[in-house]
Design a protein around this ligand. Structure first.
Ligand SMILES: [Zn+2]
Length: 243
């Protein structure tokens, strides 16, 4: 009774009159859904803590084997106001949360996923492209589809010249004519390698040493969507905004 867990609100949808159904990545119980009663009415005390991308403390009665629970109360820990006030940051927060929803099982607990998503959301305001790229690299490692960035994925040569999404990583000039590959600059390769190897503990060093671009994020998203067989709606939205 009255179990309490910290959690990050991944998404929210209307559910019956004045209620919402929220998807939350909880620290203690993994990804769960809560029916948040009355959160659509103006004087709801729980509503601010149930907004997407907010970290809050959720009180409910946990029962093993269930993944949807009536929410008792929710208290804000981090509202992420800076993210909420910037359409760009909001779109990227949506991307991080949609990916988390797509790549986690309901009720499966992972402290690593929880901490990494928390870091990614907290770092968005300092460098959104770097923060998103580091999260994408983490997701690819978690899914076991991270690209080969130390050598040619086909022959093992360390003289690489391009990235092949289809082949799964770097390709050398000798193998290149035989594969579908992008046309990449040396900078593209260096960024792709560093971003895929790094994690949030390297955020400040990377931020001071390089400018991560939308193209870097785009390359990693293409890689993730191809090898993870994912369709990510919030990414389609971001791409349409950039056009
Ligand atoms: Zn090769």
């Amino acid at each position: 009774m009255n179990d309490v867990s910290e959690g990050i609100v991944l998404s929210s949808m209307d559910y019956r009159e004045k209620d919402t159904l929220i998807s939350v990545l909880t620290k203690e119980f993994g990804r769960l859904s809560f029916v948040a009663k009355g959160t659509m009415s103006i004087n709801s005390k729980n509503a601010p803590a149930c907004l997407p991308y907010t970290s809050s403390e959720f009180c409910f009665d946990y029962r093993e084997g269930k993944t949807v629970f009536p929410l008792k109360t929710a208290k804000i820990k981090n509202s992420r106001r800076q993210v909420r006030e910037d359409l760009d940051l909001l779109s990227f927060a949506g991307l991080l949360c949609e990916l988390t929803e797509k790549c986690t099982e309901q009720g499966a607990v992972s402290d690593e996923i929880y901490q990494t998503l928390e870091s990614a959301l907290n770092h968005l305001q300092y460098d959104k492209y770097l923060s998103v790229s580091l999260y994408l690299a983490f997701v690819m490692r978690t899914l076991g589809i991270d690209p080969v960035v130390d050598e040619c994925v086909l022959c093992g040569s360390t003289k690489v010249s391009t990235i092949s999404i289809k082949e799964g990583g770097f390709v050398c000039p000798v193998c290149r004519p035989h594969v579908q590959a992008q046309s990449n600059t040396l900078d593209d390769l260096v960024h792709f390698r560093l971003l895929n190897k790094a994690s949030f503990e390297h955020f400040d060093v990377l931020k001071s040493k390089m400018t991560t671009t939308f193209e870097d994020v785009s390359m990693m998203m293409k890689f993730l969507c191809h090898h993870g067989a994912l369709r990510v709606r919030s990414w389609d939205w971001i791409v349409s905004l950039m056009d």
